[in-house]
Design a protein. Sequence first.
Length: 148
Amino acid sequence: MIISVIQSLIIGIILSVLVVFLHNQIGWIFSSSEAVIKAVNNLSILLAFTILLNSVYPVLSGAAVGSGWQSVVAYINLGCYYFIGLPLGFVMGWVFNTGVKGIWAGMIFGGTAIQTFILIFITMRCDWENEAQKASMRVKNWQSDARK
């Protein structure tokens, strides 16, 4: 799993750096409108952070779900997005009057970032040898049940 996280992180870093360096050109892919190009340019740093976090999060989430922690991942997801990300996005977007940039930043840093760090913490503290033994026992039980 460490290899998968590192590989995803490297890909995320490469793509994020591309977005940061090519921020003036990205808007041209979508439109020739100056307003759209300016909006994309203004939001490109948030896009870079989103790409970086979303390159690592699915690997961590997949490992956790594959280890049988579906409910833990679901609670982390709900808690981070609905109790932290959405309120933070609302406050940043409407109260501080930063618009879509604030909403997006709130969701990234309040939802995805916190969720990713929680999953990193859980993954690092996990006894993977014990998890492998439990998985092996489950497979043996399923095989014996299938033979009946």
